[in-house]
Every structure is written in structure tokens, then in C-alpha cells.
Design a protein. Structure first.
Lengths: 113, 220
């Protein structure tokens, strides 16, 4: 698979993962990476180097918004929450990925693998 | 506990963002490393091991700085970063300097000014106006998120073009023998960039200072 396509898929899945998590509740960077790691059983893993550029990019596009708040330990962390525009974006994004997996399943039978 | 903020600050020295934004990124990444470090300690790792693991979380700091800058600053619009940061501001600087020059020449050719010297009527007023062109170019480059070199190049764009054209003429006259007057004319154009550069520079300088991006808020 060409690198560009592979990176587009990785990027798209990362966007979906982050937006879907933030749709549930505001989280800060470390929590986002932990949650993704836990919920996917370590299959999807976001290191700092890939997570923050992605968050900043989503913020630039107006899909998420960051604000400094104290966490439960009283330390300041930058919490990200989904903006109305991000919430709107999540719906077609989920649908697109659903179509993508269905198409891949029809083609390669990935669901039964 | 290691001073993660100092470590991130030191390693992200290549991160070219407005000061406030840069501080915020450093604080955020330092907080992430702090959480990671504490998690490693909770898992029972020794302090040096935990520190080593956290540091190894990011190998390519320079790449990270580039990615963050790109994510925070670069638009995915019609213009790419170089157009916004160099070509467009440079062309604005060049165009305004040429408009000023043309207007001054037109004015100097009016009958009531015919007795006055070109130095008095064209060159000196043009020199006085050139800082505005330099300032305009550097300001637009900074607004587009340009690095310091891009802001300087945009501010001095008229003289860069003059220098390139003059150099081409000099080289051409060296290869193809031409009238001596043309050769000296080309040489004069090439050397003549010194004065306009000196005039453009004061305008551009204020926009080269302050946290590489001055007071600008994130553009693309």
C-alpha cells in the first residue's frame, strides 16, 4: 500500500478515535492516549509525537477546543472538548468509516478473519 | 521529579511559534511527560528507568516541532505556506516600491519641476518611502507565519530582484560583449542595491523581532 494512502487511513482513524472519545466527555492529552490504548486493547496507540499535532490540527479546524483546567489532582491540564462543528463532523466521519469497513469486508472478508 | 518543562523547552527550541502559544505547547507536553513519568513510577520502575522511558517517548523532537508548527499554523487553503510567507509579501513590497518610483518619476517630469535634479525629485523621496515597502513585506510575511528569514526576504524583495536582474545583465555582458555603457549600467544597478537595501531594512527590522512571530496569533 502506498505510504500516502496508509498515512491517510491512519490519520483518518486517529481523527475518528479522538473525536469519538471527546464526544463522550472533555479529556486532556494524556487521558486521550490512555483511553485509546485501553479501549482498543493496545492495538491503536497514540504516542505524544502523533497525538498533539493531531489535536492542534483538529483545534485549528474548529472541531475541538482546548482550555486549561485543574484535573482531579489539582494540576493544570489542557482539556479538549468537542465543538458543535466537531460534533457535526463526527456523524459523516462515522458513516464513512462504516462504509469503508463494509466495503473492505465484502472484498476481503475481514469481519470473519 | 525531573523538570519536564525545562526539558521540553530545551528540546523544542526549533518550535517557531508566537511566544504565548509556544509556552502553552511546552506546558502541555511537559504535563503529558509528567503524567507518563508518574505512571511508570506507579508500575514500579526505578526513577532512572522511568525517566529513560519517558524521554524515549519522543525521539525526533525536531520532527515534532515541525509537525506542531504545521498543525498550528499552516492553512489547507488555496495558498501554500511559502506563497503566504514569501512570494505574496515579497511581490507586495516590490509592487509598492515600483509604484512609488513610477509616481515620483511622473511628478519629476512635470514642467514646473523640470529644473530640479533627479536626486532631489526621485531618489531621495523614493528612499524615504522604501521603509514602508520593507515594513509591508515583512509584516505580511509575519502575518502568514513566516520564519525570520522569510520576513527579511519579503521586506528586501525589491532589492533582491534588482540584484538578480543586475547580476544576470552583468553576466550576459561578460559573455556577450556589449557596449561599455550597458555594462557599466548593469554594474550600477547591481551595486545600486546597497542604498535601497539600507532604506528597506529599517522598515523590515521591527517585524523580525519578538518570538519569531511577534504578536501575531496563529494563522494557519
Amino acid at each position: 500500500m502506498p505510504k500516502r494512502i496508509r498515512s491517510k487511513i491512519a490519520r483518518g482513524s486517529a481523527e475518528l478515535a479522538i473525536l469519538a472519545l471527546l464526544a463522550e466527555q472533555p479529556l486532556y492529552g494524556f487521558e486521550i492516549s490512555k483511553r485509546i490504548d485501553e479501549r482498543t486493547g493496545g492495538i491503536l496507540c497514540f504516542a505524544l509525537a502523533s497525538l498533539y499535532p493531531m489535536l492542534y490540527d483538529l483545534e485549528k479546524r474548529g472541531w475541538v477546543k482546548g482550555r486549561w483546567e485543574a484535573n482531579q489532582n489539582g494540576r493544570d491540564r489542557r482539556y479538549y472538548c468537542l465543538t458543535p462543528s466537531g460534533r457535526k463532523e463526527l456523524v459523516p466521519l462515522r458513516r464513512e468509516w462504516n462504509f469503508f469497513f463494509q466495503a473492505l469486508d465484502r472484498l476481503a472478508g475481514v469481519a470473519n478473519a | 521529579m525531573p523538570d519536564w518543562s525545562a526539558q521540553v523547552h530545551d528540546r523544542l527550541r526549533h518550535l517557531d511559534l508566537p511566544t504565548k502559544e509556544r509556552q502553552e505547547v511546552v506546558a502541555e507536553l511537559a504535563a503529558h511527560l509528567e503524567d507518563l513519568y508518574e505512571e511508570q513510577m506507579r508500575k514500579g520502575l526505578s526513577e532512572p528507568e522511568a525517566r529513560e522511558n519517558v524521554i524515549s517517548e519522543i525521539v525526533r523532537w525536531r520532527e515534532l516541532a515541525k509537525d506542531i508548527r504545521r498543525a498550528k499554523l499552516e492553512d489547507e487553503g488555496i495558498m501554500n505556506a511559502r506563497t503566504k510567507q514569501l512570494w505574496l509579501p515579497g511581490l507586495v513590497s516590490l509592487a509598492t516600491s515600483m509604484v512609488f518610483l513610477t509616481v515620483l518619476i511622473q511628478i519629476s517630469m512635470q514642467p514646473r519641476y523640470l529644473g530640479r535634479s533627479p536626486l532631489q525629485m526621485v531618489l531621495l523621496p523614493w528612499m524615504a518611502l522604501l521603509p514602508l515597502c520593507g515594513a509591508g513585506g515583512a509584516f505580511l510575511s509575519r502575518s502568514g507565519g513566516g520564519y525570520r528569514w522569510a520576513r527579511l526576504a519579503a521586506g528586501l524583495f525589491p532589492t533582491i530582484i534588482l540584484f538578480v536582474l543586475g547580476s544576470i545583465l552583468v553576466i550576459t555582458h561578460l559573455i556577450v560583449p556589449a557596449q561599455p555603457r550597458l555594462w557599466y549600467g548593469s554594474l550600477a544597478v547591481t551595486l545600486g542595491i546597497v542604498l535601497p537595501t539600507a532604506a528597506l531594512l529599517p522598515g523590515a527590522l521591527p517585524f523580525l523581532r519578538q518570538g519569531k512571530h511577534g504578536t501575531r496569533s496563529a494563522a494557519s
